[in-house]
Design a protein around this ligand. Structure first.
Ligand code: GTP
Length: 608
């Protein structure tokens, strides 16, 4: 296929607007997969199952299709982009392999927060955008209104908007036409040095990492020696080909083509989205703007029973093989024993990982409260990033005078919501320390069910816990939400520790903003009070910032009934038992250890 007969495109959409369904229809229509009873080919189904378990990156849909048009055969490469806000940055990188994108919008839902972010990502890359309204078969579909919304939001001409039902297949043919007619072909010269852009990767038990690349220039063949601009590691190309829709080996990959390479790469962490690959000895300029994905949410993961640690660690290692973006390190806690500290791209990524760990490896785990990487700027202007609250300098400890300032990561959040909920949303944002709030109408009409785009700068640490749930419940499920990195900002943060009988429980330390100290301290102390079983002696539960106690509850002593089983009037024996009990209580208090059972931790962190 010469370049002019190739089209590279992506489908970009808000979650659930029908991306996978449309992709399946396109594959069926071009005969790439057979239409089966439930409309899906078995292999695609298998992949989708894995994808469903992973819930984040759709690998199944990067596929090449061959489609005839005006007497010629075209090679259409559908390049998939990961489907969640945590991966926004990777989405924008994968788009670099395309020349065009189908912007899919649900005709019954209208433009949502992610429609907006993916649209901007595609436009920034100069892609040709084909607007598509999906689900027009639904009774609640309002194609005209949504088309008008797309016009006012994106400046899209309503005449260019295709109307389809990916489910029934109606109008899908027109999508294929538009891809060929409207999207420009890729450019690239086969005589130039090889330049391949790595936009996705997956892990195969037997062959190691399979990378997906788009060839910008030059020709890639089996047996070629290649190297990565970023890692500088060298590999031999063992196999290569196109995805049709499964891996189909070919002799070469030529300019404009999209395909897979297997090169004995052992770890997913070596395949960096956005990296550029070239022949050993023939360096090229890397594609601009590359930076490796970085973890933005960290949490400690511990086994419920400490003897399970080796098993847990093994499971985590196996899972991280298939998910390159999880950072991993060992850590130990005096309260929870040996565990791991994991870094994730975002909180959904964390939840998905935990879910997989529980499902696939039967691992019952305790996950500590998530935290974001804070930046400590020291008096000599050196900077340290802290991803574990335990390492955070205590107010008033010996190093604290050396701290010039503390900064926290912030994001630019976009919320799209019907105007009736604007007040609720603004309130929610304020509570979470949002700044620079701004809003505008998305619909030109300003009608009652008009949607509003609310933007603000909000600390990442404020949205990693339960912001999304609150957003959904306070908007009756109507709000959609997306965010992008907005750097670091100076903030008044301190470490809050929790003391049981005067001793700090390391795994419970939190970083809190000054304005929330009281509230957070009280809430956690109360929760601790609920979950810690009563001891034989009284236990003070305290929240402290530095030396200052912020909140306190007291767990009253349990009086074990040591006289049970003593019958009759042996008063002296009873007294002896009671005295013994008193003595042992005194001793225990002196020793002062309160065992915080793992189950208490579990319920504590679960019911956050
Ligand atoms: P994510 O992978 O979560 O981003 O979702 P997606 O965008 O891939 O959406 P998906 O294709 O899974 O579709 C979401 C839901 O919408 C599914 O229940 C589909 O059956 C349904 N759906 C997709 N297209 C249509 C359509 O044209 N009409 C109707 N009625 N339902 C549709």
């Amino acid at each position: 296929f010469p370049c002019e007969l190739i089209r590279n495109f992506s489908i970009i959409a808000h979650i659930d607007h029908g991306k996978s369904t449309l992709a399946d229809r396109l594959l069926e229509l071009t005969g790439t997969i057979q239409k089966k009873e439930k409309g899906m080919n078995k292999q695609v189904l298998d992949k989708l199952k894995v994808e469903r378990e992973r819930g984040i990156t759709v690998k199944a849909q990067t596929a090449s299709m061959i489609h005839p048009h005006s007497g010629r055969s075209y090679l259409l490469n559908l390049i998939d982009t990961p489907g969640h806000v945590d991966f926004a940055w990777e989405v924008s990188r994968s788009l670099a392999a395309c020349q065009g994108a189908l912007l899919l919008v649900d005709a019954s839902q209208g433009v949502q927060a992610q429609s907006l972010s993916v649209f901007h990502a595609a436009r920034e890359r100069g892609l040709k955008i084909i607007p598509v309204l999906n689900k027009i078969d639904l009774p609640a579909a309002q194609p005209e209104i949504v088309a008008a919304q797309m016009q006012s939001t994106f400046g899209i001409d309503p005449n260019d908007v295709l109307q389809i039902s990916a489910k029934s297949g109606k109008g899908v043919e027109s999508v294929l036409q538009a891809i060929i007619d409207r999207i420009p072909p890729p450019q690239g010269n086969g005589d130039d040095p090889l330049k391949a852009f790595l936009f996705d990767s997956s892990y195969d038990k037997y062959r190691g990492v399979i990378s997906l690349v788009s060839i910008q220039s030059g020709v890639l063949k089996k047996g070629d020696k290649i190297t990565s601009c970023y890692t500088r590691k060298k590999y031999d190309v063992v196999d290569l080909g196109i995805m049709h829709p499964e891996e189909t080996s070919t002799a070469t990959l030529r300019p404009g083509q999209v395909g897979f390479i297997a090169c004995n790469m052992k770890e997913s962490s070596e395949a960096h989205i956005g990296d550029t690959v070239h022949h050993v000895g023939a360096p090229v300029d890397p594609m601009p703007g590359f930076k490796p994905a970085k973890a933005m949410v960290y949490a400690g993961v511990y086994p419920i029973s400490s003897s399970d640690f080796p098993k847990l660690e093994e499971s985590i290692k196996r899972l991280t093989l298939t998910d390159r973006s999880v950072e991993y390190a060992r850590e130990s806690s005096s309260a929870l024993g040996q565990g791991c500290r994991l870094g994730f791209l975002g909180s959904l990524h964390m939840d998905v990982f935990r879910q997989r760990l529980e499902d696939e490896y039967n691992a019952n785990v305790i996950v500590t409260a998530p935290t974001v990487p804070y930046k400590i700027v020291w008096n000599d202007d050196k900077e340290t990033y802290i991803s574990n609250p335990t390492d955070f300098p205590d107010a008033g400890d010996k190093n604290s005078w050396k701290v010039k300032e503390i900064q926290e990561p912030v994001v630019k959040a976009s919320i799209i919501v019907p105007q009736d909920y604007l007040g609720e949303m603004m309130d929610l944002c304020f509570v979470h320390r949002a700044d620079d709030l701004d809003h505008r109408y998305l619909d030109a009409s300003g009608s009652l069910d008009s949607r509003i785009l609310l933007t603000c700068i909000i600390p990442l640490g404020e949205i990693v816990m339960d912001f999304f749930d609150k957003l959904k419940s306070r908007s009756s499920g109507f709000a959609s939400f997306d965010y992008e990195d907005a750097g670091y900002k100076t903030s008044q943060l301190s470490k809050m520790t929790f003391l049981l009988n005067g001793r700090a429980v390391d795994a419970l330390a939190l970083i809190v903003h000054k304005s929330a100290e009281q509230e957070v301290g009280r809430a956690w102390v109360k929760k601790l009070h609920e979950v810690i079983p009563r001891q034989l002696f009284e236990v003070p539960i305290q929240a402290a910032v530095g030396k200052k106690i912020i909140a306190r509850e007291t767990l009253s002593a349990m009086r074990a009934d040591v006289t049970a089983g003593l019958y009759g009037g042996h008063y002296e024996r009873k007294l002896k038992h009671l005295n013994n009990q008193k003595e042992s209580k005194r001793l225990m208090k002196k020793v002062g250890t309160v065992e915080l059972p793992q189950e208490a931790f579990f319920s504590l962190l679960k019911t956050k």
